[in-house]
Design a protein around this ligand. Structure first.
Ligand code: IMP
Length: 445
């Protein structure tokens, strides 16, 4: 019999979520906070997320594995809300092993959904078709994320990680998935003018079974595992992948990903209720970036944008695409902080703004053209947000490099004033400022 797991006592767990369009530097914040927690858990997204970590002097990209894996021995949990591409997951496990990283703590929910080759093909052909004259190409990572979540909702064509361990059931499910999807994918491909080879279900099932066998020791009921840890008074760090403005409900729909990226995704994505959380750390950059399509009111198309991109090394971890760059959008950040119930902010990449001249921050949107009304409310709609004009506040810039700052007092006054202005506008305190990629390049406030 399983031991009874009672209600959690004091809330001790934490969440780290992105407040913009991703790539806010969550990996570094998770890395710092993981040291103060007993386990790390992912609750959403899939191999679309990307964080670079430096292992043994080499940069390594993780997509599915929680970045907290770099704290050896701690459970690193891939929750039921994640969509798992087993090929990629095993590649990452092998990559870590080759670098001598102990990934023994990594476990995967038996209820997480599987990203199959059909999902990846479907993602590709849908994007190709949308690119033909449509303005609504989402610019996905083509990792099969949207189709996998769509099938989770469809049920009849979905496969869960636990199914990988039952060969007869798996064959049946892959066969059924193929029945629903193969013709549609080929047809979409033909209409998009691309040739697609949809692999037969026998081959897909055989490969998935092989991968499932390798993952077998790691597949478990992560809901009971998490509640067991929490009942023992352990602290779990929930890592949000992607970010709030990409959340399928709260983001700039339809230019979003397919999962619940805000802290509200923790419940459905792990089975852990929100009252177990002590803190929600909202991570934000000192400016804005976005990968893929969709509105970004503060986007810069000039030399300042290029400078920020180069200084901030703003190129995608997952796709290598140059990121779109713009000024900080405080209207958007305040909205995201509200949706997440952020208890503190982690401000990253502040060092990138050194030497940029005066700094701008968007504090309202003008709707309905130049002389139109201004609002300080975010517009969580991909089309309507594309029509607003940003209203900026200009703040004095700072010239000196700040990568060596270790306390707020080390910052030049304009940089410290920028931090205070963010706190004041968002209404949430800044608990951490990052001034470079290194662990030590951090100001804890
Ligand atoms: P998908 O998640 O591959 O369906 O892509 C949907 C949109 O979300 C695209 O614009 C992607 O570039 C973006 N996206 C998804 N995950 C991330 C992320 O972790 N960081 C930044 N952008 C992301």
């Amino acid at each position: 019999m399983t031991a009874h797991i009672g209600p959690a006592g004091d809330p001790r767990s934490s969440a780290v979520v992105g407040l913009q369009w991703g790539d806010e530097g969550k990996g570094k914040v998770v890395d710092l906070l993981a040291a103060e927690h007993d386990a790390v858990a992912r609750f959403n997204g899939g191999a679309n997320a990307g964080h670079s970590v430096v292992v043994g002097g080499t940069r390594f990209s993780l997509h599915l594995i929680p970045s907290g894996i770099l704290h050896p021995g701690k459970p690193a949990i891939v929750g039921n809300g994640v969509v798992v591409d087993p090929e990629r997951l095993l590649e990452e496990i092998d990559g870590l092993a080759a670098r001598g990283v102990d990934a023994s703590g990594l476990v995967v929910s038996d209820r997480a959904h599987v990203v199959t080759p059909y999902h990846k093909l479907e993602d590709q052909v849908r994007e190709e078709l949308l690119s033909k004259g449509s303005t609504e190409q989402i610019g996905t990572t083509r990792r099969g994320i949207g189709p996998a979540y769509a099938d989770k909702a469809q049920r009849s064509s979905a496969i869960r990680v636990g199914d990988l361990l039952d060969v007869a059931l798996l064959r049946e499910r892959v066969e059924r998935s193929w029945t629903f999807k193969a013709e549609a994918i080929a047809d979409l491909g033909a209409r998009a003018g691309v040739t697609v080879e949809v692999p037969p279900p026998s081959a897909v099932a055989a490969r998935l079974a092989e991968l499932g066998e390798r993952l077998r020791p790691r597949i478990t009921d992560t809901t009971y595992l998490l509640h067991g840890l929490i009942a023992q008074g352990k602290r779990v760090l929930f890592e949000g992948a992607n970010a709030t403005l990409l959340d399928v409900d709260h983001g700039t729909y339809p230019f979003v990903t397919a999962s619940s990226c805000a802290a509200s995704g923790i419940g459905p994505g792990t089975g852990v209720p929100e009252r177990c959380l002590r803190q929600v750390v909202g991570v934000m950059k000192a400016y804005s970036t976005r990968v893929g399509r969709g509105p970004m009111p503060t986007e810069l198309h000039d030399e300042r944008g290029n400078r920020i991109r180069e200084r901030g090394r703003e190129y995608g971890t997952t796709t290598g695409r140059p990121r779109r760059v713009g000024w900080l959008d405080l209207v958007a950040v305040r909205y995201s902080a509200m949706v997440n119930g952020a208890t503190s902010l982690a401000l990253t990449m502040l060092d990138v703004l050194a030497g940029m001249g005066p700094i701008r921050a968007c504090v309202a949107y003008r709707t309905g053209g130049g002389g139109g009304a201004a609002t300080d409310r975010f517009v969580p709609d991909g089309v309507r947000l594309g029509r607003v004009e940003p209203v900026y506040e200009e703040l004095p810039g700072f010239e000196a490099e700040i990568a060596g700052a270790r306390t707020i007092a080390d910052l030049p006054e304009p940089a410290a004033a920028f931090v205070r202005r963010i706190e004041e506008f968002v209404g949430v305190r800044v608990g951490l400022v990052s001034v470079g990629p290194g662990r030590e390049q951090t100001i804890r406030v």
